[in-house]
Design a protein around this ligand. Structure first.
Ligand SMILES: [Zn+2]
Length: 147
């Protein structure tokens, strides 16, 4: 068990604390840093898990990227892909749905693609989710080349 950021060996207690708090393996220093980010942005735990899942697959993503208007859960700037984690999709109101659609419209106009991923997918299918995102990135890259 080592820290996903600095590869420092984790004690049993460090490991348990980080898994309980964030669901990923981090040393106490990096756990603290991440917890401050979560507190500031209300970042879902699954966004952090996906971020590290992508990192492990060699994808350079950014957590809580500020796009000028709002903080995006995860952004992959090379292919202009924004990923939002939906944590309350079961309570989706029509106001929320139209606001999501408008946000998607604005990001498309700025050349960004936004995908929304239900948090349970990350919890149960992290590997498949990462593989699909890599596929989307390849598609976006091919489209960028075509222009
Ligand atoms: Zn660390």
């Amino acid at each position: 068990m080592t820290c996903l950021e600095c590869n420092k060996e984790l004690s049993y207690l460090d490991h348990r604390n980080a898994m309980d708090s964030l669901g990923v393996e981090l040393c106490s220093k990096h756990q603290g840093r991440m917890e401050r980010l979560v507190e500031k942005n209300d970042t879902p735990m699954e966004a952090i898990q996906l971020y590290y899942g992508l990192k492990e697959a060699g994808v350079n993503a950014m957590l809580e990227w500020w796009d000028g208007k709002k903080s995006v859960d995860i952004a992959i700037s090379r292919v202009k892909l924004n990923i939002e984690i939906d944590t309350e999709y079961h309570m989706l109101t029509h106001e929320q749905a139209i606001s999501d659609l408008e946000e998607a419209m604005h990001s498309f106009k700025n050349g960004f693609t936004t995908i929304r991923i239900p948090h349970i997918l990350i919890r149960h299918y992290l590997k498949e989710t990462v593989n699909n995102i890599i596929g989307i990135m390849e598609g976006l890259r091919a489209n960028i080349k075509a222009i």
